[in-house]
Design a protein around this ligand. Sequence first.
Ligand SMILES: *[C@@H]1O[C@H](CO)[C@@H](O)[C@H](O)[C@H]1NC(C)=O
Ligand SMILES: *[C@@H]1O[C@H](CO)[C@@H](O)[C@H](O)[C@H]1NC(C)=O
Ligand SMILES: *[C@@H]1O[C@H](CO)[C@@H](O)[C@H](O)[C@H]1NC(C)=O
Ligand SMILES: *[C@@H]1O[C@H](CO)[C@@H](O)[C@H](O)[C@H]1NC(C)=O
Ligand SMILES: *[C@@H]1O[C@H](CO)[C@@H](O)[C@H](O)[C@H]1NC(C)=O
Length: 642
Amino acid sequence: MRLPKSVVLLATCLPFVTSMVGPSFFEFSDKIFQITNTVFDTVTTINNGTTTKDYAFSQMDLAVMHTDEMEGKIKEFNSEEVKKISRILLNEARLKPKITDIRMKQNYLVTYYKDTVKYLRDFDVYANSTFINFATRVLSELPNSVTHMTRSVHQQIVKEDFMDLLLERLRPTGNGYFCEEKQSAQELLHNFFNEILLMNTRSYITVNTAYIFKKLYTKGDFHNEITHAFETLKLQTNNLVAVMKLHLARASSELWRCDPNKHVSGETFIELRHFLRGIILNKANLDPNKACSAECDAFTYRKLPNKCNNDNAWCNNQQPCRKIINCHYIDSSMEVCPSKNINRENRRYEYVKFGNGRVFGKKKNCSTRLTYLATYIYWIVYRCSYCFCICDEYDKYSTERTINLRLAMSNTAGNKVVTGLRFVKHNRIIHLQVQEGKLLPFGQIDLSTVRWVPPEDYSIQNKNYHKNEDYHVFTWEERGVDLADIKAENGTVITGVQFKKVGTRIHLEVRLTPFNFTTGVLKDHQSFIIHDPNIQHKHDSGKELKLITTDIPTRSPFPSTRLTTDKYVQFTNTGYDKDAGQTTVPFFDAQPVESTMPVPLSGVGLFHKGQPGYGGFITPKILTYNFWKHLKAVFPLGRNKN
Ligand SMILES: *[C@@H]1O[C@H](CO)[C@@H](O)[C@H](O)[C@H]1NC(C)=O
Ligand SMILES: *[C@@H]1O[C@H](CO)[C@@H](O)[C@H](O)[C@H]1NC(C)=O
Ligand SMILES: *[C@@H]1O[C@H](CO)[C@@H](O)[C@H](O)[C@H]1NC(C)=O
Ligand SMILES: *[C@@H]1O[C@H](CO)[C@@H](O)[C@H](O)[C@H]1NC(C)=O
Ligand SMILES: *[C@@H]1O[C@H](CO)[C@@H](O)[C@H](O)[C@H]1NC(C)=O
């Protein structure tokens, strides 16, 4: 008996790289190639009478086991991708009938496949007529035959409008479907196509099992049918991969976090504390001559001495401010509700109510002592009014306004790449922390190695670390952050991120490392650092995202849906009326940005996410790896299988 070549091929077919990685098209592609070639050879030899029934059945059973393994891969990480996608599409009136139809056909195909497996495994308990009937149903040209339904589903999926609507619904916005998933549209689509490929492979097994039954129980020669079925499968599969590549290239690779259901300080967001906030000071304490001769508006920027320059009780009882900005006169009298604890509450005042009825902040029952302040006359002519200013708070021990400038990287010596990002505060320094994972062949990540790399452990008291080099201290003068995406170059993955100070702002840079996609090996010695190439243009004045008179972002009743990138934002105080200017905004979004199934990154970015009227969040973004660039036809074109 002649052993067909590909039978050997399947028997030695390697198991998936490790069980700790997700489904990958590249392994699927190899498997599909091997399984279908084996099935083709088996059915051909049965047809030619050159193999035994038992041997053929055992080969078919092996093919079934290999598809089960593929299914296990998909299920492990993305249970029911197809179902999820159906759910999104079912909300779309134009697609509802189509998707319902696809689902129905899929269910039929699954039933046929289950019968196939049953007959292959227990073929001696069924009557010959059962097999004949089964084969006839599978192969008929009626609308519910396997051949017909497979073709119909395929045609439905490769249609442009189907994918257009799907991609539209997967678009990253601050609400909707995107927020429910920790997968980019590209990843979701990739998995969806893997499921369809698996289904087609199984239907191919069903069809060929039917031919085996026909041969065994009805005799006849099915050479042409068998060849035609294989050619059809090859064409369909290659066509599907081409369509997949096209749509994956269009689909977004962005992944970031929408607003959480509940904002939790230190967990879902972090903020700069004791930095810029409203302060009330009498002109007598602002003016070096204590003369009260200038108007409040004259004090636009001034450093103040450590101590109040006269014995104004209000001034003396307040935590001193060393630098004041943009003072204004509001009214001649006011009642101030100081916060209970300036450090804990991170505010000086709960609210201020002026004599003219205007209220800064949210008026409530003051739990501390209400303080009344009013303009007084000095030397008969000078009106010593209280001004409302912004204080650039400087208190070494309480202020939290430092950001790490040192490189945060994955352990490239251990072949690890960056797979996620999040903002954390450590020793009162804000760090952009990286998640790392070991890179395997075909862009896969070894899940057992995935972890958040601890941020570098230092504080600004450590004399070995230097301001402007190792960390940046935000001040009124230097408080900008550039918002941009940075994309990796072809053939590289991200292995580190860092902030760099440029002028009065900081911007993000990434460390890229070339790698071999097939082997997964990093070429660390060729690593290099890049930044956003458009950085210079952002110095145009129109490039600032201005946060004017905003409220605390976590107070917004609506999720952040206004997304801003390619601009820069400056930290500033909240609005006077909304919050008595007591909070520094924007906040940092501290939710971890990672993919359900960790993947290498093809880019990272920072953007601003908010609602009009609220200070919003500086949010990190990752771009998942562009696997579509590597997609190739499963079956070599214009070449025979041998
Ligand atoms: C099987 O038979 C077909 C003709 O029916 C022939 O073309 C083919 O070469 C045969 N294959 C083998 C492996 O014998
Ligand atoms: C069923 O098919 C097998 C193989 O073709 C044959 O040997 C057997 O006689 C058939 N049984 C009946 C009851 O027709
Ligand atoms: C403030 O206190 C008064 C009197 O105790 C009470 O009636 C009122 O409900 C309180 N208001 C708020 C907003 O707590
Ligand atoms: C990167 O790859 C894409 C797609 O393969 C290609 O269009 C592009 O020109 C490449 N860019 C560079 C810089 O090589
Ligand atoms: C990647 O590694 C494989 C196996 O060592 C090698 O054949 C291939 O040429 C490498 N590719 C590149 C782009 O270096």
